[in-house]
Design a protein around this ligand. Structure first.
Ligand code: HEM
Length: 154
């Protein structure tokens, strides 16, 4: 096994950890909390789960980015970034940047405070909005994973 194969395996494991936890939140946690009346207790539970998800995503996003950059370096694939046919590479980098900005900048500076304010006045509405945002993010993530696998092997 060479270093490239190890980097690729780490890349995929980190993607599974990260996108898997987003998928779990989207398709399991939020639908359970949104069933029936949403209370302050529901939003507290969500915050605790999301804090754990964000904590591990701090590592898994950066392992994904570093192993991805390492693979590009080994492949000497920088020119591929100029080729529109390799758009799936751009899609991966885009998803990485979106989550990195959300986790490291928006969540601590803006989203956390906004969620707490909204949760105290209208927990039902805020959890519904969070669910919609998760649907958008997970759809983009799944499309990116499909495009990457087809781009590499297809
Ligand atoms: C800075 C961010 C990223 C960079 C630079 C990057 C780069 C790469 C590179 C160079 C490859 C191998 C391409 C090849 O063998 O020709 C790859 C594979 C892959 N990447 Fe990324 N990636 C990044 C983020 C992501 C993200 C966010 C996802 C998922 C949402 C993702 C999912 C995948 C998948 C599924 C493969 C295919 C693995 C396989 O089937 O062999 N990557 N990536």
């Amino acid at each position: 096994m060479d270093e490239f194969a190890i980097a690729r395996a780490l890349h995929v494991i980190a993607v599974v950890m990260w996108i898997g936890s987003v998928s779990f939140t989207t398709f399991i946690v939020l639908p359970v909390l949104l069933r029936g009346t949403v209370t302050g207790e529901s939003t507290d539970t969500f915050e605790q789960i999301e804090a754990r998800v964000a904590q591990q995503a701090k590592y898994s996003t950066q392992i994904t980015g570093l192993t991805g950059l390492y693979m590009l370096y080994v492949l000497d694939g920088w020119e591929r970034l100029l080729d529109p046919a390799q758009w799936w590479l751009h899609a991966m980098i885009f998803i990485y940047l979106v989550f990195t900005v959300v986790i490291f900048v928006l969540e601590p500076l803006v989203l956390h405070k906004w969620f707490e304010e909204q949760a105290s006045t209208n927990p039902q509405r805020v959890l519904g909005l969070v669910f919609k945002a998760h649907i958008v993010l997970i759809t983009l993530s799944f499309l990116t994973i499909a495009a990457a696998v087809i781009g590499v092997h297809g």
